[in-house]
Design a binder for this molecule. Sequence first.
Ligand SMILES: C[S@@+](CC[C@H](N)C(=O)[O-])C[C@H]1O[C@@H](n2cnc3c(N)ncnc32)[C@H](O)[C@@H]1O
Length: 317
Amino acid sequence: MVALNILLTKALDYIDQERVAIKKLHKAHDVLSNAYRQKKGTSSLTTSEHIKAYFTARMPATFASIYQCLSELPFESPPETMLDLGAGPGTATLAALEKWPSLKVATLVEQHQLMFDLSCRLFSFLDLPTSIRHLQADLVKTSFKESFDLVVLGYVLGELGKEEQLKVIENAWNATSQFFLIVSPGTPFDYDILMHARDFLLSKGGFVVAPCPHQKECPLRETKDWCHFSVRLNRTKEHQKIKQASLSYEDEKYAYLLFGKESTKNPSQRIIKRPIQKSGHVIMDLCTVDGIKRETISRKDKEAYKKSLKKEWGETC
Ligand SMILES: C[S@@+](CC[C@H](N)C(=O)[O-])C[C@H]1O[C@@H](n2cnc3c(N)ncnc32)[C@H](O)[C@@H]1O
C-alpha cells in the first residue's frame, strides 16, 4: 500500500482550496473517465473542473505507481536532475521529490495549457528547495541539449500515435544520462506499446533494468497474457466523493519499463502475478532468464515457505 505521502497530501490540499462544487466535479469526472476509456487523452479535458477531477481522482493513482517504480532505480547516489515528460500537474516530479528531497533540478514539460498552469501554481505554492523549471512544449517536437540523471514518461505514450511515440522515446532517451522510466496503464494495449519501446531502446544500445530479469524477448509476448503490476493506494474523502466510491482504497494496475545507459545486474526472477496462497503451499508465477515458470513452495520447505508468504506481485526473488 502506498500511503498518501507528504507532498501528495500537500498538493491535494492545495487543489482543495480551489473550490469547485461537487456536482460539477462529478460531471467532470465522467468526462475524464470517458476520455480515457475511449483513448481520447488529456486534450479532451477542456475546463478547470476537468483538470481538478484529474488531479483529485486520477493523479493519486499515477503518483502511486510511479512512486513504486522509482524503487527499482539502482542509483548509487540520489539523482540530482530529472526530466518529467508529459508532466501533467507534475506527478512524477512529486513522486521523485518524495523519494529524493535532495533533487537539485526538475524540468517539467507539458503542452496542455490548463495542466501547465495548474502545475506552475502548485509548485509555486509548494515552494520547494529544488529548482523547478516549467516548459510548455510539444514532446514530439522537443529535443534537449542537456541530459538528466532520470527521465520519466508517465502515462503519456498511449495518448500518441505510433510514429510520435518513437520520436518522443528517442528524444527522451537522448536526454537520459543514467535512467529512463516509462510508466503506463496496466492494459494489453499499453503493454504492446511498451514492447515496441523496449525493442527500440534495445536497438539504441540501452539495457533493461526492470521489470525484466533479462535482455531477451519478453516471453509473454507470444501468449494472451501481458506484463503488468498493481499498487494499492488510499483514497481521500474528496477522491471517494468524486468517484462516488464506497471503498477507502483502490488498486491501480500499471505497466512499466526501466532502461539504463549502462548494464546493471538484473534480478534472477520477478513475480508477475499475485502469489496464490493455498493451505499447504504458495504458488508463484515468475519471469526468469529461462522464460515463464510456475513455482510451488510447500510448507514442508519451512524457510522458503515463510519467505514466500511475505512476497508480493512485482517483487523480485
Ligand atoms: C495522462 S496525463 C499524465 C500526466 C502525468 N504524467 C501523470 O502521470 O499523472 C498525460 C499528459 O501528457 C501530456 N501530453 C500528451 N501528449 C503530449 C505532447 N505531445 N507534448 C507534451 N505533453 C503531452 C498531456 O497533456 C497530459 O498532461
